[in-house]
Design a binder for this molecule. Structure first.
Ligand code: AMP
Length: 397
């Protein structure tokens, strides 16, 4: 899929409407983590440097179409000013004459921040009249919010249909990384899918078996696959009712030539708590009163062997109950191995979605990956093979 970038436009004197994701965590009224704001800086600064006028459009929380003062973007002004090192002008609306006037008189080294787009119900409805009002504020639309691209909202999808549109620098990096991992990857490709339940990742597993050469299944969901193979998993987290579906995935994998890698050995305990007494046994030897909390050393070696022959890795979900030591061992070891191989240049590694970022950070391995996506829902939908509306609307195809 192709898309335009900032390189395709002359930005001189142009008002550029940038859809950003600055839905940052706030504790006691203060922004507690400004990472999302720091990540949009390259796009905003480049637009200013090239003579354009950035106008930021964003949502914050879930006001569900009503004005909620505690979800106003006003409180982000000081943080934006600190990160962008420029004046940030705020207007307490995102459409209308006041907004249009503010955007028309923006000067050099100034950024306009508009109020939470979700204060209007028409935002999530992708209402054409609302889209037209937003479009009056800018000359060019630049979408830099991959993490909101799975929503077909006015500011993520509608605008791209009526204004000249491009991907921002952050969106560009994300799209390139994802394209490298699943769109047109260097083979062999290995996917690691872990986490709690098969039921939440069915579509993802179904899509991956068609696309990757090896699929490592770990965490609680591996237990359901063991059940599908007729193996007793004791008191482990497992979805007995999903065994038939897990079996269908195993059959589909054979048909697609995808090797499924399940744990050969397991770490078991009697209690779901940190430092619980534990032992290692073969995957088919879990006692009735024990639960599987991690993959064992032989399973880790097997994962290492696959990583060593693979050229591309895509990862979502931990291989065990990683929040509880020592049941983070397999997740840590595999993450560190991927990081080393990436640094050595033999592996392109892309990871993302929910707990994965936390797990890779805990393993001290996130920085070693080629790309770690913080875009929870959008990353998962992309792994499921779905077309993301916000990305599709940018397509030049
Ligand atoms: P998910 O959100 O689906 O990626 O699942 C992540 C959660 O799965 C984490 O909280 C892990 O502790 C949990 N998990 C992974 N493996 C196991 C396991 N063997 N038993 C229980 N919970 C697990």
């Amino acid at each position: 899929m192709g898309w335009k970038t900032l390189d395709d436009f002359n930005l001189e004197a142009k008002r550029v409407l940038i859809r950003v994701d600055i839905n940052v965590p706030v504790e006691n009224g203060q922004v507690s983590d400004a990472t999302r704001i720091e990540k949009i800086a390259p796009t905003v600064l480049e637009i200013m440097k090239r003579g354009g006028f950035p106008v930021l459009l964003a949502h914050f929380g879930r006001p569900k179409g009503r004005v909620q003062r505690d979800l106003s973007l006003l409180r982000l002004v000081p943080v934006l000013e600190r990160v962008l090192k420029c004046d940030v002008i705020f207007v307490a609306d995102c459409i209308g004459p006041a907004v249009e006037a503010a955007s028309a008189i923006l000067g050099p080294n100034q950024v306009l921040l508009l109020e939470n787009t979700r204060f209007y119900a028409q935002e999530e409805q992708n209402d054409p009249t609302f889209v037209a009002k937003l479009a009056k504020i800018g000359d060019i639309f630049c979408n830099d919010a991959f993490s909101a691209a799975h929503r077909a909202h006015a500011s993520t999808e509608g605008l791209a249909r009526i204004l000249n549109a491009c991907a921002g620098r952050l969106m560009e990096v994300e799209l390139k990384a994802l394209e490298t991992a699943l769109g047109d990857p260097i083979r062999p490709v290995v996917a690691v899918v872990g986490g709690a339940k098969v039921s939440t990742k069915l579509k993802l597993l179904g899509n991956l078996v068609e696309k990757v050469d090896h699929l490592v299944i770990g965490g609680g969901m591996a237990n359901t696959f063991l059940v599908a193979k007729g193996i007793n998993v004791g008191t482990s987290l497992a979805e007995q009712g999903m065994a038939a579906i897990a079996n269908d995935i195993l059959v589909k994998a054979v048909r697609c030539g995808c090797e499924i890698i399940l744990p050969k050995d397991i770490v078991i305990a009697r209690k779901f708590e940190a430092n619980a007494a534990h032992e290692i046994c073969l995957a088919d030897s879990c006692p009735n009163d024990a639960m599987i909390l991690d993959a064992g050393p032989e399973s880790i070696s097997q994962i290492f062997r696959v990583f060593e022959v693979a050229k591309t890795l895509i990862w979502n979900g931990p291989l065990g109950a990683f929040e509880l030591e020592p049941f983070d061992a397999a997740t840590n070891a595999a993450a560190q191995k991927a990081s080393v191989l990436t640094k050595e240049g033999t592996l392109v590694s892309v990871a993302g979605g929910g707990d994965t970022v936390a797990a890779l950070n805990k393993a001290g391995a996130a920085a070693g990956f080629s790309f770690v996506s913080t875009a929870g829902g959008a990353f998962l939908e992309w792994m499921e093979g779905k077309e993301l509306p916000g990305v599709a609307a940018l397509s030049t195809a």
